[in-house]
Write a protein that binds this ligand. Structure first.
Ligand SMILES: [Zn+2]
Length: 431
């Protein structure tokens, strides 16, 4: 028996086509949101559309869907919107987005869709190289954010001991990890660094702890070399990057064999990389926006969903031998996060990579302020104890000037002055 992530390209294509046709034929006709949208684009008869999708390239002719459209649908059909394929009584799980970009989006799941999500996590664990003896710690405040809920349940279902870390201080979470000899930690890259900082304060030797792997998600940091290196050095453990969204479920993971990129779980979705302006497909190796059609999130599916995340499809085969699409460098940034400084378009993640590459930065914040319509960068850094402040501020200023064609005002601030984050870090603020 072969696992879905190990299928040959041709077999994967057959599986995707069958699942897509099944979705269009049996699920979407019961879903008011998708039935209406597809009728608006000329597909009143979804049976015919399913037949025509024998050629899956027809998918590229269907309309794309944005988060704003889903939010608008929930506004006009409160509280859950009309993207529901089953009666409300069939749904058992509610999650909502963190609301970093606008009003939170609510997302419901049926038991069968949720169990498909858990099987996606089984793929993730196999690709990441998790073994039967691994023990998981989740230093994470479980709430309505989908976060690591499915990872927790997926790991428990796969037979691993799972340690919940909700409602605990960082020091208590470190103690939990130590006392129970956890080997895999799941958190955001930001929080992995925060725990490393607390470990130093508490006199805990993380690098000699039982932890051998951190599965990180929620921010681009997991694929940024400087961030990875900082986490891996502090923990003496391997970083595995992971990507998912509330609207999609877990969708990508780095393989053990090839750091610095992520495979898409293509048995669970159809991924397209398109030009963010024209929406035409880009060739492999070129940057574009990732569109996802979910195949097994049947209670609330999405077709050609605009993730807003910019990626490059790696045209080369991966060392792990899997034929799954690989995103080189992971998620490169979000289309809507782009900032313009003196005429240069840059992603916050690129600036973070440069700042994290300077030795002695404990935490930082970038303030973008507009002076005469020209964005300027002000960088505040907290310096690691024992390192000379001037060395760090000059290092950061020099690294920014050397990498981009603009400078930044860099200041040191007192230890503990900048906010620490458990979920997505918010280190870029606009004034
Ligand atoms: Zn691989």
């Amino acid at each position: 028996m072969s696992f879905p992530e190990d299928l040959a390209r041709e077999d994967l294509a057959v599986l995707q086509r069958e699942r897509l046709q099944g979705l269009v034929r049996s699920v979407l006709p019961h879903n008011p949101f998708w039935r209406g949208r597809l009728a608006d684009s000329g597909w009143q008869d979804l049976g015919t559309l399913a037949d025509r999708l024998e050629d899956t390239t027809l998918l590229q002719e269907l309309p794309v869907c944005s988060k704003q459209e889903l939010v608008a649908d929930q506004d006009s059909h409160p509280p859950y919107g009309s993207n529901l394929s089953e009666p409300l009584s069939s749904y058992t799980r509610l999650h909502q987005t963190s609301g970093t970009t606008g009003r939170p989006l609510r997302w419901l799941d049926t038991p069968s869709a949720w169990s498909n999500i858990l099987s996606g996590w089984e793929q993730i664990f196999r690709i990441a190289g998790v073994t039967a003896s691994d023990r998981f710690a989740f230093p994470f405040s479980f709430g309505p954010f989908i976060g690591f809920w499915a990872a927790f349940e997926g790991a428990a279902a796969a037979g691993h001991m799972c340690l919940p870390g909700g409602g605990m201080s960082s020091a208590a979470r470190l103690q939990l990890i130590q006392d129970n000899q956890a080997t895999v930690v799941c958190c955001t890259p930001t929080y992995a660094l925060r725990l490393a900082e607390v470990a130093v304060e508490e006199g805990v030797e993380l690098s000699s702890s039982s932890v051998r792997m951190l599965i990180v998600a929620g921010e681009p940091g997991g694929s940024l070399p400087a961030v990875r290196e900082a986490i891996e050095t502090a923990w003496g453990a391997r970083v595995i990057d992971h990507w998912g969204m509330t609207e999609l479920g877990p969708m990508a993971v780095e393989c053990a064999e090839s750091p610095g990129g992520m495979h898409i779980l293509e048995s669970e979705c159809i991924a397209e990389v398109v030009d963010a302006e024209t929406l035409s497909p880009v060739t492999a190796g070129e940057q574009g926006e990732l569109l996802i059609t979910t195949l097994r999130r049947t209670g609330s599916p999405v077709v050609r969903y605009r993730t807003g995340d910019l990626v490059v499809a790696d045209p080369h085969p991966c060392d792990c031998g899997r034929k799954l699409l690989r995103l080189r460098g992971g998620i490169l940034g979000r289309a809507d996060d782009m900032i313009t400084v003196r005429g240069n378009n840059v992603f916050p993640s690129s600036i973070e990579a440069v700042i994290r590459g300077v030795h002695g930065v404990a935490e930082f914040r970038v303030v973008v302020d507009s002076e005469r319509a020209m964005d300027r960068l002000r960088v505040e850094v907290e310096v690691v104890e024992g390192v000379a402040e001037a060395l760090v501020t000059e290092g950061v200023a020099g690294a920014i000037r050397g990498t981009f064609s603009f400078g930044a005002d860099v200041h040191a601030v007192a230890t503990g002055e900048l906010p620490r984050f458990e979920l997505k870090g918010r280190r870029f603020v606009r004034e």
